[in-house]
Design a protein around this ligand. Structure first.
Ligand SMILES: [Zn+2]
Length: 383
């Protein structure tokens, strides 16, 4: 923010308030001590840590929602707090978390065209999101089944992995398993991934991943997908397997992608964007310190909330599996108007709900997911 600026506009429930940051006066007429608008601007200007995380989370959610004005509004604060270069990298990091847009990647990738973070954000907000691709409506279910199967499958050697290359489903399933073992070996979360390591009989994980990406590349050459092949090249240069870009490649190989993945809308850049607004409820998922206990309380509630139940937290735009699957199902059921739908307007299949809940608990290291998988494996063995 320019230091000369002293009047800031803050949107709150559709009203725009003006805050004089020097005098502390706000057009809402609250005192300097109680005015939320003043406090918000002060925290953002001061790079308060909580505000920094909330602003970044809000930016991420607005990009997901394809809300151009709000994306640009939060980007401005993120640049103030984290810097232009860091935000450009952030947008690259989440490109394949949110989209399957290979044209977007070509435009924002390192050493690509020299775009500013603002130009990158405009393209990102205009891009179709990965759950809005008609060919991908089944992705969440396949992801679910592949992950469950990867966990309950018997130990397999490298030679056996490579033999699987002709079967697309096996391929995807293998990726899920490999990724988990890989994460374990990287060492950041040994407890979380420890359960998976005994599933792969292999000494050199890196070699396994390299061979795996070679198989992906061969299949991409067969379908001659230029965007995905370029991503593959970049992937090779990185020398390690990145989850979201690798997922994008696999979805192309498995036919879970169509040309609409590369769509950009013509969404205009609004002229009057307020300086800030009170953080939206959906900014606070389990990635934030205030959202985490709420999510935990919701998931631990008895009776456990079921499909179509309103939650005390707004997970529609969250990165948690419940949110991701709500979006896939929402687009499947409602098409683009899903963006305006309420949580309970979209009903997940009971199995998907159960799995997502277990997975979200799993990420909290309670072992719920693993227990559920073990239960399922036992049931299958018995039945
Ligand atoms: Zn105020």
């Amino acid at each position: 923010m320019a230091s000369a600026e002293k009047i800031f506009t803050v949107r709150d429930e559709g009203e725009i308030y003006e805050v004089d940051i020097v005098s502390g006066l706000c057009s809402c007429k609250s005192s300097r001590m109680t005015c939320e608008h003043f406090k918000l601007i002060r925290n953002l200007l001061d790079k308060d840590l909580t505000a920094k995380f909330a602003a970044t989370s809000s930016l991420h959610k607005e990009l997901r929602r394809s809300d151009m004005g709000r994306s640009l509004m939060w980007l401005r604060w993120c640049i103030h707090m984290r810097g232009e270069a860091r935000m450009k990298q952030y947008l690259r990091d989440i490109c394949f978390e949110e989209t399957r847009n290979f044209d977007l990647w070509e435009k924002i990738k390192p050493h690509g065209p020299r775009l500013s973070a603002r130009e990158m954000t405009i393209l990102f907000a205009r891009s179709r999101k990965k759950w809005e691709i008609p060919a991908a409506v089944e992705v969440a279910r396949i992801h679910n089944k592949a992950t469950v199967d990867a966990t309950i499958m018997p130990t397999i050697t490298l030679e056996e992995v490579v033999k699987q290359e002709k079967d697309e489903f096996e391929f995807y399933r293998w990726f899920k398993l490999l990724f988990r073992v890989w994460c374990h070996q990287l060492g950041s979360d040994k407890d979380r991934y420890g359960n998976f390591t005994d599933k792969v009989a292999v000494d050199d994980m890196k070699m396994l991943c390299t061979r795996f990406t070679k198989i992906v590349r061969k299949q991409l050459e067969e379908v001659n997908h230029k965007g995905a092949l370029k991503l593959c090249e970049w992937h090779d240069e990185q020398k390690y397997l990145q989850y979201n870009p690798a997922s994008a490649l696999i979805e192309v190989v498995c036919g879970l992608w169509d040309e609409s993945g590369n769509d950009f809308s013509k969404a205009p850049v609004p002229k009057d964007i307020p300086d800030a607004e009170l953080f939206p409820a959906y900014a606070f998922d389990h990635h934030t310190s205030s959202g985490k206990p709420k999510v935990r309380a919701a998931l631990d509630k008895k009776p456990i909330p079921g499909p179509g139940t309103p939650l005390p937290v707004d997970l529609r735009w969250s990165g948690q599996l419940l949110g991701v699957w709500w979006r896939y199902q929402g687009f499947r059921d409602l098409g683009m108007p899903y963006r305006e739908a309420a949580w309970e307007d979209v009903t997940l299949a009971p199995e998907e709900w159960e799995w997502a809940m277990s997975a979200d608990r799993f990420w909290r290291k309670t072992g719920g997911l693993y227990r559920m998988w073990r239960g399922r494996a036992k049931a299958e063995a018995a039945g």
